[in-house]
Design a protein around this ligand. Structure first.
Ligand code: HEC
Ligand code: HEC
Ligand code: HEC
Ligand code: HEC
Length: 491
């Protein structure tokens, strides 16, 4: 009875708020117009929904990079910021892989395909399958042409898209049903992913997250034994469930067999899987906002006035670059207080990430040494070596996970901290085991490891116009100084 009364109260409150037009987040009901089936071109959708179209086009404009600390995609001088310069150990860890040659901070949706065309060709080597998180045509082409499209050279796959739409990134048709304008998804991999999680019914609030999760998740590109592309992008979600996709389960899935092995790490010679932009996985693993029912769109597409209408902001970007307007829907604290919270969370996460990254880089260099000695005929204890290698993989994939997640910890601070704490422990364990194996084999190992970072940072993004080198790095890298109590921040 008591519950019933509460329901009535809420219903009355809702009706009043709708009637007075000041509901917490409901937009004015939109007038749904006619968009024919199979219309991909946003310009056509824009004829019916001009306000959202105009807002969507704004993802083209440079965003003020001074407002954010770590997510400086590109600024008004059109400088593109790159991650290898900012996190130099990634150049060593990803050496042998496109990401080790050029790895930029993300920028607006307008550039999704354009940036892919411009990026170093090593990054688009898999071919058509690279368009999975970029082009609205991916699903259609996969269904129509299958492997012919997925394995085509990247530039040939592009020509399968109608000329006008070739460079179009996330489009209306990716997120909206053309007839009702209800939310939807347009990627085969998210449908397969949801089936793996056993997720069936989707609430409106969940749809406001899934519209983003169709691209902002990790996936692997299935390979054959020669690492050639053998299928469409697939999320490594075996054994996971809705709201609980853990890094532990992801690693188990990725280490199943050769089909998930995508590249060879140069410094260690190890065959490796990879992890890409896992925003949804990180956010949905019990973050405080996920538990409070908050969706991606609440923070990245807040309602705003456009003339006499209230629309969802389609200029999807960092909430910091948009002055934290989105947060004010729920938080009464000032924007500057909230910004300090975001920065505090990110500083802590990045400090841990750097410690983990350098620790893994140091372990990788020891493997290099061990392999050189082994090749020269020194017998290294196999059991210790295998244990060390296992620990190293556990550490590497955790670092790749947090490093590729684009919020620097904000989406789920305790989870990011937990994962990085484990990453640091695994790297140190790997190093300790290797040192033990090498010592037993009579190999002297210096206390400090020279990471030779300059070697790996060669050629990074050099071909790119307006490329920004964040810092100059000294070689040999002073790892001793780094591992002092103040070291993590200094670099
Ligand atoms: C079709 C795939 C796709 C969909 C759907 C998608 N994104 Fe993106 N998103 C991308 C890609 C690709 C980039 C990087 C573009 C680049 O750097 O050129 C990106 C970049 C971003 C950025 C960085 C923007 C900036 O100004 O730096 C944010 C924030 C973002 N996405 C959030 C979202 C949210 C929130 C949603 C759901 C409302 C969403 N995305 C839906 C593919 C997608
Ligand atoms: C509670 C608010 C909130 C929610 C919910 C949220 N984000 Fe974020 N997101 C942020 C903040 C704050 C940042 C950090 C921005 C910065 O540092 O400039 C961020 C950063 C990002 C970035 C990088 C932005 C850039 O400019 O490079 C992407 C991409 C992103 N979020 C996507 C998502 C996706 C996808 C979801 C849902 C799975 C999501 N976010 C949910 C607040 C949120
Ligand atoms: C990345 C996903 C995404 C893309 C791309 C996208 N939208 Fe939306 N759109 C949303 C979300 C999320 C909402 C909020 C819907 C809700 O809460 O029910 C929305 C809402 C709308 C609405 C309802 C009114 C409003 O503003 O809230 C219209 C109309 C609309 N979009 C038109 C468009 C048009 C036209 C395009 C292409 C130019 C487009 N959208 C592209 C995600 C997207
Ligand atoms: C749709 C509502 C909503 C939006 C939008 C939202 N939040 Fe929150 N936020 C919450 C709720 C609910 C909590 C949990 C409050 C509590 O339990 O005290 C929370 C908690 C937090 C906390 C405390 C987290 C912790 O671990 O203690 C921070 C910091 C925060 N939000 C920042 C932000 C920022 C920054 C934005 C905008 C980018 C934002 N929030 C947007 C609802 C929201």
């Amino acid at each position: 009875m008591k519950q019933f009364r509460i329901v009535i109260l809420i219903t009355v409150a809702l009706l009043i708020s709708i009637a007075t037009g000041c509901g917490p987040s409901e937009p004015q009901p939109i007038t749904v117009g006619l968009i024919k089936d199979g219309v991909f071109d946003p310009e056509e959708w824009g004829k019916v929904y001009p306000l959202e179209y105009e807002s969507w086009l704004k993802t083209k404009e440079p965003k003020p990079t001074g407002k954010t600390r770590y997510k400086r995609g590109w600024d008004t001088d059109e400088v593109i910021y790159d991650k290898l310069s900012e996190f130099p150990y990634t150049a060593l860890l990803y050496s042998g892989w496109g990401f080790g040659v050029e790895y930029n901070e993300p920028r607006g949706h307008y550039y999704a395909v354009k940036d892919q065309i411009d990026v170093d060709p090593s990054r688009t080597k898999p071919g058509g399958v690279c368009l999975a998180c970029k082009s609205p045509y991916h699903k259609t082409l996969t269904e129509k042409k299958g492997m012919e499209y997925l394995t085509a050279q990247f530039k040939d796959a592009l020509t399968m898209i109608p000329a006008k739409m070739r460079e179009t990134g996330p489009a209306c048709i990716d997120c909206h049903k053309n007839d009702t304008m209800g939310l939807t998804t347009n990627k085969p991999h998210i449908s397969r992913g949801l089936a793996m999680l056993g997720k069936k019914d989707v609430s409106r609030q969940e749809a406001r997250t899934l519209a983003c999760a169709q691209c902002h998740i990790t996936y692997y590109v299935p390979r054959d034994r020669d690492k050639k592309v053998a299928g469409d992008a697939t999320p490594p979600w075996t054994g996971s469930s809705w709201g609980d996709i853990s890094i532990e389960n992801i690693i188990k899935d990725l280490c199943t067999d050769y089909r998930r092995i995508e590249w060879k790490q140069k410094v260690t010679g190890f065959d490796m899987p990879y992890i890409r932009h896992p925003e949804f996985e990180m956010f949905s693993r019990g973050s405080i906002h996920w538990k409070a029912g908050v969706a991606c769109a609440d923070c990245h597409m807040p309602y705003r006035r456009a003339g006499s209408y209230k629309i969802s902001d389609h200029d999807v970007t960092s909430p910091l670059k948009a002055d934290l307007r989105a947060c004010a829907q729920c938080h009464t604290e000032s924007a500057s207080w909230l910004k300090d919270q975001v920065f505090a969370i990110q500083d802590r996460t990045v400090s841990l990430l750097n410690r983990a990254g350098y620790a893994a880089a140091a372990a990788a260099k020891l493997f290099e040494l061990a392999h050189a000695r082994r090749d020269a005929g020194t017998a290294v204890d196999q059991a210790l070596y295998e244990k060390a290698r296992n620990c190293y993989m556990q550490s590497f994939l955790r670092i790749a996970f947090v490093g590729a997640e684009n919020s620097c910890g904000f989406h789920n601070p305790p989870e990011a901290g937990r994962i990085l704490g484990d990453a640091i422990a695994f790297s140190y364990k790997a190093e300790a085991l290797l040192r033990q194996a090498l010592a037993a084999a009579g190999v002297g190992v210096p206390e400090s490891t020279n990471l030779e970072l300059t070697k790996y940072l060669n050629n990074r993004g050099e071909k790119k116009l307006n490329f920004k080198r964040e810092q100059e790095f000294k070689d040999p890298f002073d790892i001793e100084k780094y591992f002092t109590p103040d070291g993590a921040k200094g670099y």
